[in-house]
Design a protein around this ligand. Structure first.
Ligand SMILES: [Zn+2]
Ligand SMILES: [Zn+2]
Length: 1016
């Protein structure tokens, strides 16, 4: 079975390749309204995982659906190729680490290695993409390392520079000591983790005293050697507390928390009165000329700590600002790798984040530790290498995003988000807290920042290769590569007569991918018209983690360049979790490999599992079982229906296109009505991007088609010759299969194509998505059939409870309530229900077949009736059946002076013996389970029929072949079988029944009787 699926998908892939079907589906819509899709570029230096399968399935789904819906959907693939992940990979490969070793190795060779590494898994990605059936143009992708792409990015940055929005600044920025580069705030936002750290309250000795201390609090003890000031809030009240022989200055509101046991308040003053107070810092590793004094700051609160904040300007944005405002010294004690410099003698060379404990020990040794505490907080880690980040004051290049905040928020309002809460929630909140974009990276493998500076202060940002060449000192090679170290060799002429050098940085990779609407078409140097027709996007689709990644960078770059949002719609997808709701990861060993899943179950099954399981925006619990179920529920069911059709179509040479017509049965009308109702619902859902509910409608429909329509219609296909009824059955099934293939085409493109090709000879993906024909919808008929199915379902449940097989005929079935518009409507379906449930008679009158058992429901009646509850219990226990019926019919009843509603009691139906009750969905049936001699005989014959059918299948006889049936059995069995010869003929394709031995026979046991059966 599995192999059959793989063979089908391979066959269809070959067909698509040979016929260029993907490109044909795009060409097919030339001149039609474009539906613009942007591909978020993956990196090909890692293997695709389950999350990629979800993203690519949804992308393909939308593109195929919109194409069938009449739009032209161009799909240009893209590759994200620059950045730290690539460098880290190469460092690992070369067994080197850090910038020093890269420089020693040689930047040119290092860049060469990066370029090679970028496409390590390109083949796997292509195979994965192709196997999944994701149609995207991988022959002509945009690649962020291409000169043309970089030139566009340069153009954009040059524009931003011209607008005065690109500036060099000295700021405190998040910094990864392992990657030795700063990060942007959106990168930081991707890596928060809960960690346990130490906080310290240190004693700062007030100058001129020997026993009075400012108590300074910090959550980063490692920054204490770089202390420059203590900040207090000007308006808070600070007290001096005497405890034992020492005095401490703390915020009044926190004194109680800080001091256990007795203490006395000896003085009190406002924070502003402490300004300028000088102190002796606990450590004296560095020389501080201007500093070690109390400063005022509004960010200080009395909500935690001491109300006095230790200030180290090099390692915190607030700290940096307050020190600058007060004109104090700047102290830096950490190197580029995050290690203490020589000055911090006892800890020199050690990673600062590892030194919190040592610092606290040193404080204690010096008698400067007041208190230490473990606490858990959310701390940012590098999203690439997982190292804890530090905050460093350093020089860098920034894009003044804060100037565009209003515009960005306004643009966000124009975007249709799925799920909708992203707009004001996760994404909106992120925009509200927007800071300037730290765009430069002190690394190697990336788009070089195209800013040249001169000692005179002049800056130039050429927006094209031509412009750079024009202003260059000397000549620039024709095939200049826009990467380090090559561009670093190029110098520009300055108006002052000096020579300009390129600033050292490469840019944030998120700027690369955010530029793709422009750079993918080499804007403005390439085909401008093509760009215009493909901007903005109707949709972008990625994981929710791209909120701070691609969704942000796309909006930012576009707002900077055009003032507009680059997309009208964002589909933000949830994460794929394992069965237990844990995030999948290679290290945990719970990651599913999508390629393996496709090998085993096929791409259709994987896609169906992803599309139908739950809304794509929700995190999904996903497992191999989900995929295997999708295969059996959808792929196998549809395969079986199609095989059934094909089998008889070949026998009767039925031609769906020519032989339509016939006299349709109620079943035909019903399945066509359902088909068109489903077409309408699916279109409605998909217009709203509600893929899951569209999938569910289709799943239900397929179940009805297979387990009801086809199963109930089988015999119509068996008859000899082409009757009008048979013709109707054929054409109905043909029509339903064709439309179902079209409906399923975006969901499960392989099986849909396979079936449609075999039915019509052309590709389903080049057709229009089905539209509903209201004239074929019969709501009343659908309602009736729903009731019929429910009655059948309940009867099966009753049989199950009574332990009686379906093959065993039963005398009667009583329908208590089976149809919302009255049971009378069921009468026309009695024949069907009888056959399905294998009962002889159906009755609607259930008078006297059961009694009601009624009890007071204390939970409801107790609180309502209070003291009268005892009376009520008494009255209810004595209720007559007619009264209970009245209560059931009317919903309430008066017993003496008590008013009771149905909620006050529980009522159960107690059927008389031999009757089995089944209830559900407000419906109910009673099944007569009494087995008479006659019924037992018939049940026996039916078992025999089943055995013969099984044997026929084992012999692989053509279904339409009439055979002689030989039965060799005990005389009593023969008597019974002879009584039922017409039934045997009705169910088995027979010429004659012979009660004699036959050469080739099979022994079977039926209800304890041994028979030998043969067919010839
Ligand atoms: Zn890092
Ligand atoms: Zn100059």
């Amino acid at each position: 079975m599995q192999d059959k699926v793989r063979m089908r998908e391979q066959k269809i892939q070959d067909y698509w390749q040979k016929n260029d079907t993907f490109q044909a589906s795009v060409r097919n819509r030339e001149g039609k309204k474009p539906y613009v899709f942007y591909e978020g570029p993956p990196t090909a230096n890692g293997m695709p995982h389950a999350g990629h399968a979800l993203g690519r399935t949804i992308k393909d789904f939308i593109a195929r659906y919109k194409t069938m819906d009449g739009y032209q959907v161009k799909r240009k693939a893209g590759w994200d190729t620059h950045g730290l992940p690539v460098e880290l990979e190469v460092e690992k490969q070369l067994k080197i680490s850090g910038k020093e070793q890269i420089e020693t190795y040689g930047v040119e060779r290092f860049i060469e290695k990066c370029k090679e590494s970028v496409f390590t898994y390109e083949r796997e990605w292509k195979q994965f993409t192709e196997a999944l059936g994701y149609w995207v143009d991988m022959k002509d992708p945009y690649i962020t390392l291409d000169n043309s792409y970089i030139e566009s990015v340069w153009y954009l940055l040059s524009h931003i520079h011209q607008e005065g929005l690109l500036y060099k600044g000295h700021r405190v920025v998040p910094y990864c000591p392992h990657c030795e580069t700063s990060l942007s705030s959106h990168e930081v936002a991707q890596g928060y983790k809960d960690v346990s750290d130490l906080s310290a309250t240190a004693k700062f000795l007030v100058e001129g005293t020997t026993d009075e201390y400012l108590l300074g609090w910090t959550t980063t003890p490692w920054t204490l050697p770089a202390n420059v000031a203590i900040a207090v809030h000007p308006e808070l009240t600070y007290v001096t507390v005497q405890q034992g022989s020492e005095k401490y200055i703390v915020a009044e509101g926190l004194a109680n928390n800080l001091f256990k046991g007795d203490y006395q308040v000896v003085a009190s003053r406002k924070g502003k009165d402490l300004e300028g107070m000088r102190y002796e810092a606990p450590f004296a590793y560095t020389q501080v000329n201007k500093g070690h004094q109390v400063v005022l700051a509004d960010f200080v609160t009395d909500q935690s700590g001491t109300g006095l904040v230790h200030i180290a300007p090099a390692y915190g944005e607030d700290d940096y600002k307050v020190v600058k405002e007060n004109g104090l010294d700047f102290v830096h004690v950490v190197d580029g790798k995050g290690r203490y410099t020589e000055e911090v003698t006892p800890l020199a060379g050690r990673f600062v984040k590892d030194c919190d404990v040592d610092i606290i020990k040193l404080l204690a040794e010096r008698g400067r530790l007041f208190h230490k505490e473990k606490y858990t907080h959310s701390y940012p880690h590098c999203w690439r290498c997982d190292s804890p980040l530090l905050y460093y004051a350093m020089e860098g290049w920034f894009i003044r995003m804060t100037d565009l905040k209003d515009k960005m928020m306004e643009n966000n309002q124009q975007v249709e988000w799925h799920p909708g809460h992203m707009q004001q929630g996760r994404f909106g909140k992120f925009l509200e807290n927007m800071v300037d974009w730290n765009i430069g990276r002190n690394r190697y493998w990336g788009t070089p920042l195209n800013v040249w500076t001169c000692e005179c202060g002049n800056e130039k940002a050429p927006g094209s290769i031509a412009q750079m060449r024009q202003e260059a000192v000397g000549s620039v090679p024709e095939d200049v590569e826009l990467h380090k170290p090559f561009v670093d060799d190029i110098q520009l002429r300055c108006e002052c007569g000096g020579v300009m050098k390129r600033t050292n940085e490469v840019i944030d990779v998120w700027f690369d991918s955010g530029s793709m609407p422009f750079a993918q078409y080499h804007y403005p140097f390439g085909d401008k018209q093509l760009f215009q027709s493909q901007y903005p996007a109707d949709v972008v689709i990625e994981g929710v983690d791209q909120t701070r990644g691609w969704f942000y960078s796309l909006l930012a770059v576009s707002t900077l360049i055009t003032g507009k949002a680059p997309y009208k719609r964002v589909l933000s997808l949830g994460h794929i979790l394992d069965e237990n709701g844990q995030k999948m990861s290679k290290s945990k060993g719970n990651a599913l490999n999508p390629t393996d899943l496709m090998e085993t179950y096929g791409a259709d099954a994987l896609r169906w599992a992803l599309l139908s399981d739950s809304a794509p925006w929700n995190n999904k619990r996903f497992s191999e079982r989900t995929v295997s179920q999708a295969k059996s529920k959808l792929v196998d069911t549809l395969s079986n229906v199609f095989s059934f059709y094909q089998l008889y179509q070949q026998i009767d040479f039925f031609d769906g296109e020519k032989d339509s017509g016939g006299v349709r049965s109620t079943m035909d009308d019903w399945i066509l009505s359902r088909l068109h109702s489903v077409i309408r619902q699916v279109n409605d859902h998909l217009t709203q991007y509600d893929i899951t509910n569209a999938a569910r409608e289709l799943g239900t429909f397929l179940d009805e088609l297979s387990n009801w329509y086809v199963r109930r219609s089988r015999q119509r296909f068996w008859s000899n010759g082409m009757t009008e009824d048979k013709r109707a059955a054929f054409s109905t099934l043909y029509e339903v299969l064709k439309k179902t293939a079209q409906l399923l085409a975006p969901f499960t493109p392989y099986i849909a194509e396979d079936i449609y090709l075999q039915l019509t000879g052309s590709s389903v993906h080049l057709t229009d998505y089905p539209k509903s024909n209201a004239g074929l919808i019969n709501a009343e008929l659908e309602e009736d059939m729903t009731s019929v199915l429910q009655v059948v379902e309940l009867t099966r449940a009753a049989r199950n409870t009574a332990g009686i097989k379906t093959k065993q005929p039963l005398a009667g079935l009583y329908v208590l309530s089976g149809h919302p518009k009255g049971n009378g409507r069921l009468k026309q379906y009695f024949a069907t229900i009888k056959e399905e449930t294998n009962v002889k008679e159906i009755k609607l009158d259930s008078e006297g077949l059961f009694t009601y058992a009624v009890k007071l429901n204390f939970a409801v009646a107790g609180p309502r009736l209070g003291k009268r509850v005892g009376d009520a219990k008494q009255a209810v226990s004595q209720m007559e059946q007619s009264k209970v019926k009245e209560l059931v019919d009317k919903g309430s009843i008066t017993l003496g002076d008590l008013e009771l509603t149905q909620a006050d009691v529980t009522i159960e139906k107690v059927p008389s013996s031999q009757l089995q009750l089944a209830e559900g969905n407000g419906l109910g049936v009673l099944l007569d389970t009494e087995l008479t001699k006659e019924l037992k005989e018939e049940g026996f014959v039916r078992e025999v029929i089943r055995e013969v059918q099984t044997y026929r299948k084992e012999l692989d006889l053509p279904v339409e072949k009439h055979v002689d049936l030989y039965v060799d059995a005990s005389p009593s069995v023969v008597v019974v079988l002879k009584k039922y010869t017409s039934m045997l003929h009705a169910h088995l394709v027979l010429q004659d029944i012979l009660f004699e031995k036959c050469e080739k026979a099979k022994s079977v046991e039926v209800e304890g009787e041994f028979l030998r059966i043969g067919v010839e």
